[in-house]
Design a protein around this ligand. Structure first.
Ligand code: PLP
Length: 360
């Protein structure tokens, strides 16, 4: 029996997509083989690679002067690739730290170039997004880095901050394709696929083409954007099967109305859950209302002991991987694109039942 999987990542995939993949698992179209066995230089795989890129471009409305790359090493690898590829003019970058991942991105940046924290929400345990204005950034910074949705703490930006022309880099790992983004406001967007797109193994990089041409001389070849651009992300063996599953997810998203349609559903799902938490007089979400994530909803019950019991009993009821990150504790419901509205209803019904059975 399939469960409702609230894991923050790897996250749930649409069941319909898994069934489609299953159908073509042993023989892909008329190739006589599985995508898992296929040369990345073969015609059928080239088609998969091209269609995945084209669908990504279409669904995110990516302008023509941007490249779309499928690389490896996770979003974490981009913490290094970004400074080595684009932090190369003045070797300076400004980071906004709004959680653990952006802090790690900053640390790696500082390891490689002159990186500073331009703003942070650490003072209130990352429960909000700091107000940003162009004068907070160094005018000669090569880029400003933000993390758009903070997977662990459950906050999100409402729009791209104004950097007055400094290239803006965004880690969108946990919300890419979950809400509409104006790509032209960003110099570079990256995202590990395993949260909201597909299986682990692929990292999506959307980068304005001119920025791919200024890599550090000693930048390792696998990290170089120009190298991946030139080779259409096929410089070496890519995770072919993961890319293929992503293609099936993108086809499915397109059939269902694309990102704007997903956003509407995601807003409804999240609102329902937050409304229940706020009205419950039992569960609490610590995040400033304005900045609440559409994708990751942390919450606590009245005590730590009850939190542990909640996680255990939720799993027994088919609501799994809902334990909060160790930095936050409590629970976290990750409700990515693939989580159906029925999953939210099932969660709320369980929360209500648990509350009645376990009054503090
Ligand atoms: C999960 C996550 C990462 C780390 O991703 P990996 O692909 O495991 O390296 C980085 N940033 C954000 C926002 C994430 O949610």
């Amino acid at each position: 029996m399939r469960v409702y999987n609230f894991s923050a990542g790897p996250g749930m995939l649409p069941e319909e997509v898994l069934r489609r993949v299953q159908k073509k698992l042993v023989e892909y179209e008329d190739s006589g083989m599985s995508v898992m066995e296929m040369s990345h230089r073969s015609k059928p795989y080239e088609k998969i690679n091209d269609e995945t890129e084209a669908l990504m471009r279409e669904l995110m409305n990516v302008p023509n002067d941007y490249d779309i790359l499928f690389v490896q090493g996770g979003a974490t690898n981009q913490f290094s690739a970004v400074p080595l590829n684009i932090g190369t003019v003045n070797k300076k970058a400004d980071y906004v730290v709004t959680g653990n991942f952006s802090k790690n991105a900053y640390k790696e940046g500082a390891n490689l170039i002159d990186a500073v924290v331009a703003a942070s929400s650490e003072d209130k345990n990352y429960t909000y997004i700091p107000e940003l204005s162009p004068d907070m950034f160094r005018r000669d910074a090569d880029y400003v880095h933000i993390c758009y949705n903070n997977t662990i703490f459950g906050t999100r930006y409402l729009s791209a901050p104004d950097t007055a022309g400094i290239p803006l880099v965004a880690d969108m790992s946990s919300m890419i394709l979950g809400e509409v983004v104006d790509v032209s406001k960003y110099a570079l967007i990256y995202a590990g696929a395993q949260k909201n797109v597909g299986p682990a193994g692929v990292t999506i990089v959307i980068v304005r083409h001119d920025l791919t041409e200024r890599a550090e001389k000693k930048c390792p070849v696998m990290l170089r954007y120009d190298n991946q651009v030139k080779n259409k992300s096929l410089y070496n063996t890519p995770p072919c099967f993961s890319t293929y599953v992503i293609m099936e997810v993108l086809r499915y998203l397109k059939e269902r109305g694309g990102v704007a349609a997903m956003q509407k559903i995601n807003e409804k799902k999240a609102q329902k859950l937050y409304d229940y938490i706020d009205s419950s007089d039992y569960y609490k979400n610590p995040v400033a209302k304005k900045f609440r994530s559409l994708m990751n909803v942390p919450f606590v019950s009245p005590t730590k002991e009850l939190d542990d019991l909640f996680v255990k009993q939720a799993a027994e009821n088919g609501l799994v991987s809902i334990k909060g990150h160790r930095l936050v504790g409590g629970m976290r419901a990750s409700i990515y694109n693939a989580m159906p509205p029925e999953g939210i209803d099932a969660l709320i019904a369980f929360m209500e039942k648990f509350k009645k059975a376990n009054r503090a």
